[in-house]
Design a binder for this molecule. Structure first.
Ligand code: AMP
Length: 278
């Protein structure tokens, strides 16, 4: 495993690898790695000859300065965790990625205005900016993204469509703690007790799904009422949407591929999750 910190060195190493006809899988992350990230790396390793893992806490995608400041960072620990799984770790500084003020402006139509986009203005423009720069530097054959960040995945698919980059986007399932809580770097900021309470959101949604009620409105009412009882959680949104459009569905019987998306705040940590309904 080699650690690379500059774009120049990265391009030089990748040029040699590509000259040998090897395929490259990219796993973009913000570090504070956990088993969710490892699952993406393993998937990438199974489908490519070389895996590049990027670790970069991208300031552009944080609309809340407090969130950016508190975001966990521990490169040494990350490197220990992924030793043996990854070929190249690209961990650049902020000035390496943004030597001048970035000015990219993306238009994803309604896709970046709803849900996370509505709660976190500018977030997806920041995500698209860093991902596109990584794609340009690395030019991977495949790039791996988690379904936990479901709207992000949709944005990346749209980005690739718009830029016509020849990169296959691979979606990876949500990896959970044993209590059902979707693993997240931000969970490191929560006490054991708070993580336990947070896990109940998933339990509630999963139980609501198993009731087999076809009306999205009824399911939502039930979930909202149950989450309201969870102290100290504040719900941002809970929606039942069509997987392709992220638009709300009325009847689960009439819809094809349906997912529930949720965002909530516990303490001052904001968590999101995705639960597949159909
Ligand atoms: P992050 O470091 O949080 O930006 O995440 C980097 C990538 O890992 C993104 O594609 C996330 O969707 C994915 N990821 C994060 N947590 C999980 C998880 N619990 N299960 C699967 N993928 C995840």
């Amino acid at each position: 495993m080699i650690l690379i910190e500059t774009v120049e060195k990265l391009k030089e190493v990748l040029f040699r690898i590509k000259s040998n006809g090897k395929t490259i899988g990219l796993v973009p992350t913000m570090g504070a790695l956990h088993d969710g990230h490892i699952s993406l790396i393993k998937k990438a390793k199974s489908e490519n000859q070389v895996v590049v893992l990027s670790i970069f806490v991208n300031p552009l995608q944080f609309n809340n300065p407090n969130d950016l400041e508190k975001y966990p960072r521990d490169l040494e620990k990350d490197l220990l965790l992924i030793e043996g799984f990854t070929d190249i770790v690209f961990a650049p500084s902020e000035s390496e990625i943004y030597p001048t003020t970035p000015e990219e402006k993306y238009d994803f139509g309604e896709l970046d205005k709803i849900l996370e986009g509505a709660s976190r203005p500018g977030h997806f423009n920041g995500v698209a900016t860093i991902v596109k720069r990584l794609f340009d530097y690395i030019q991977p054959d495949r790039a791996y993204f988690g379904e936990k960040d479901f709207q992000q995945l949709a944005i990346i698919r749209e980005l690739v469509k718009q830029t016509k980059d020849d990169i296959t986007i691979v979606a990876c399932p949500v990896v959970r703690e044993s209590n059902g809580l979707a693993m997240s770097s931000r969970c490191q900021q929560l006490s054991f007790a708070k993580r336990n309470i947070a896990s109940k959101v998933h339990t509630i949604i999963n139980k609501a799904k198993e009731l087999g009620v076809p009306h999205a409105k009824k399911i939502s009412e039930h979930v909202l009422a149950e989450i309201k009882k969870l102290e100290p959680i504040t719900l941002d949104y809970f929606v039942i949407v069509d997987e392709a459009t992220l638009q709300p569905v009325d009847s689960l019987d009439d819809a094809k591929n349906v997912v529930a998306l949720v965002a909530y705040i516990i303490g001052d940590v904001r968590l999101i999750d995705m639960i597949r309904f159909k």
